[in-house]
Ligand binder design. Structure first.
Ligand code: NAD
Ligand code: MG
Length: 306
């Protein structure tokens, strides 16, 4: 997060504070990066909780796999899981090694094991490989977070290339089926699956209809699978973020000229920071949410969801 407000951002998530002013309004300068975008190159820097997230032992000894765990929301979740006592494997695209190394350092500095698994989830074999590597290097798998996604804004459906539509569906929803399918035989009763959906599943912006359609599919996938797995003691839930300042946005996730206003139309009046998502994932991953199944937890700065 921006260095000018280091004191505010170092307030941990358990301190009584005003959500309106917990973070300053982000007014990002117009900026553009090629996909998938590097967090290290963003202005201002998103807050993934490195200096603020305080664990309370809620995931001690668990073994987690977080896709898209190198940056943004996935990175904040990986940091929080480690602070709560879990060992964490993260998957990401090979071009994101710099961000992944940064997250790995935070995990190991928190006293936990980090496993780095680069690989493109649009390839079906990678989806099962990342699960097998997690199990062999961490000695098991108890928490699966399907969080990776591709988001590219277009002027219109006619200008949305077919290749982009296919890749968006492959990365966001087909990979979720494949990774989850590969994980099932390793999950014991008590294990949890958490899928990242989005507020756009309910309010699809026209420039993002391919992406928004995958997010609606993720909600349906989560609610359906939750019913199948509940009798086995495996819980499936989802988290629907609102506008969060992450690399997805300046790497063609939004029209560049819209970036300075990003998140300002929420009732809270500001974009969210990735670390503000982490407690929702910790709650759904931990045993304290034992009766919460097939839920989509909205973390939207007040944007209404059904
Ligand atoms: P992010 O760019 O930090 O994370 C997305 C990650 O997806 C990337 O880091 C990358 O590692 C991974 N990814 C993309 N394509 C991949 C592929 N083919 N193979 C492997 N990994 C791939 O951005 P984020 O905003 O933190 O995104 C995390 C999740 O949050 C996504 O599911 C996104 O849809 C969701 N989300 C974000 C927002 C927001 O405003 N930022 C809002 C709603 C939902
Ligand atoms: Mg990334």
């Amino acid at each position: 997060m921006a260095s000018e407000d280091a004191d505010t951002t170092r307030t941990d998530q358990l301190t009584f504070q005003n959500p309106v002013t917990r973070y300053p309004e982000v007014t990002p300068p117009e900026q553009e990066q090629p996909e998938p975008g590097l967090q290290a190159d963003m202005t201002p820097q998103p807050d993934i909780g490195e200096h603020s997230y305080r664990g309370t032992g809620r995931l001690v000894g668990r073994k987690a796999l977080v896709t898209g765990g190198d940056s943004g929301i996935g990175a904040a979740v990986a940091v929080a899981f480690a602070r709560e006592g879990a060992d964490v494997a993260i998957n990401y695209l090979p071009d994101e090694e710099e961000d992944a190394q940064h997250v790995a350092r935070i995990i190991t500095d928190s006293g936990r094991t980090a496993v780095l698994i680069p690989g493109d989830l649009t390839e079906a074999t990678v989806c099962s490989d990342i699960v097998e590597r997690t199990v062999s290097e961490l000695g098991g798998l108890d928490i699966l977070v399907n969080n990776a996604a591709k988001q590219v804004a277009n002027e219109s459906l006619e200008e949305t290339p077919d290749e982009q539509i296919v890749e968006t569906f492959e990365a966001n929803i087909l990979a979720m089926f494949r990774v989850t399918k590969a994980a099932l035989r390793h999950l014991q009763p008590g294990s949890t699956i958490i899928n990242t959906t989005s507020v756009v599943a309910y309010q699809p912006p026209p420039p993002l209809i391919d992406y928004a359609s995958t997010k609606a599919a993720i909600n349906t996938f989560s609610k359906g699978l939750a019913q199948e797995l509940a009798p086995k003691g495996i819980r499936v839930n989802a988290v629907a973020p609102g506008p969060i300042w992450t690399p997805l946005q300046p790497s063609h996730g939004q029209p560049t000229e819209d970036l300075p206003e990003f998140g300002k139309s929420t009732p809270l009046g500001r974009a969210g920071q990735p670390t503000e998502l982490a407690p929702a994932y910790v709650f759904l991953a931990s045993a304290e949410s034992s009766y919460v199944i097939g839920e989509t937890l909205a973390v939207t700065g007040g944007m209404p969801t059904p």
